[in-house]
Ligand binder design. Structure first.
Ligand code: T3D
Length: 261
């Protein structure tokens, strides 16, 4: 797959998306947003892909909205429409994609770049990475799903602090706050990310996907509703190849050979 602003590579069950505008710290212009949406679509459709890794090239994950592109906007430009047609679609697509997404957060993740990082299911951060709700520095409110994702991940008080101070939250504090799963030495980041992605790409993908759906939905459910929804989705997982294979492998004292189905 050939793109202008990102790199896309799929091999051995893992699709890797690299935001590739390093001269802007991988800022999102319209082209990069569209291409990233397209890449996630490809990864979602490709049955051979069972785990997605997203990272940035150079020293940043992403600096968010391309602020140079903002200068070209006319008086009638609608930021609301810009969000609806771009970031909102991308964030929803990531959250609704029923395959695990691992964020390899190699550097700063600011503004919409922070939103994309938070829309990943797992975040493995370089010790040089940081998270920044940069929006208030340009007179905006947090967008790209961060009002929803960040408050759920770290709670209202810390999320509000990040929004109004726009401070950079370094990797070690991000780990302490539950913003990332692991902090890795910069030079070992991709090795550690692949050590996570590998087993995910050979795991029970259907169950992983349904788990994501159930957990996201449960965030807005009562316990009774969540229990009922678990039972509904477990009905599907329980009839899958991988469920049968998992039980069989246990009984035969061998490693399961999951197909993701
Ligand atoms: O309006 C809407 O569309 C609504 C949507 C909003 C979504 C958002 O994401 S709003 C938030 C936008 N992002 C920001 O406000 C962050 C802007 N960038 C920064 O604050 C800093 O660059 C960083 C804290 C991310 C990193 O700082 P530092 O000191 O490590 O790097 P730097 O020197 O500032 O940047 C290096 C280069 O990247 C520099 O270019 P140059 O001077 O070497 O040619 C800089 O201009 C460029 N760059 C960094 N961020 C952006 C950018 N270019 C365009 N857009 C950027 N967002």
């Amino acid at each position: 797959m050939s793109y202008e602003t990102i790199l896309y590579d799929a091999a051995d069950g893992i699709a890797k998306i690299t935001l590739n505008r390093p001269e802007t710290l991988n800022a999102f212009n319209n082209k990069m947003t569209e291409e990233t949406i397209d890449a996630f679509k490809q990864a979602g459709r490709d049955k051979a892909v069972r785990c997605i890794v997203i990272t940035g090239s150079g020293r940043a994950f992403s600096s968010g909205q391309d602020l140079k592109a903002v200068q070209d906007r006319g008086e009638d430009f609608s930021i609301g429409d810009h969000l609806r047609s771009g970031y909102n679609r991308l964030i929803l697509q990531m959250v609704q994609l029923e395959k695990p997404i691992v964020g390899a957060i190699n550097g700063v993740a600011a503004g919409a770049g922070c939103g994309v990082a938070l829309a990943c299911d797992l975040r493995i951060a370089s010790h040089k990475a940081c998270f920044m709700q940069a929006f208030s520095r340009v007179g905006l409110i947090p967008d790209s799903g961060t009002t929803w994702l960040l408050t759920r991940l770290i709670g209202y008080s810390r999320a509000y602090q990040m929004a109004v101070t726009a401070d950079r939250i370094p990797a070690d504090k991000a780990l302490e706050w539950g913003l990332v799963n692991v902090v890795a030495p910069e030079e070992q980041l991709m090795e550690i990310v692949m050590a996570w992605a590998g087993p995910l790409s050979t795991g029970p993908t259907l169950a992983y996907g349904l788990t994501k759906r159930a957990m996201i939905k449960a965030m807005n459910m009562t316990l009774e509703e969540a229990l009922a929804y678990e039972a509904q989705l477990q009905e599907i997982a329980g009839r899958s190849h991988d469920r049968m294979e998992g039980v069989q492998a246990f009984l035969e004292k061998r490693e399961p050979q999951f197909k993701g189905e």
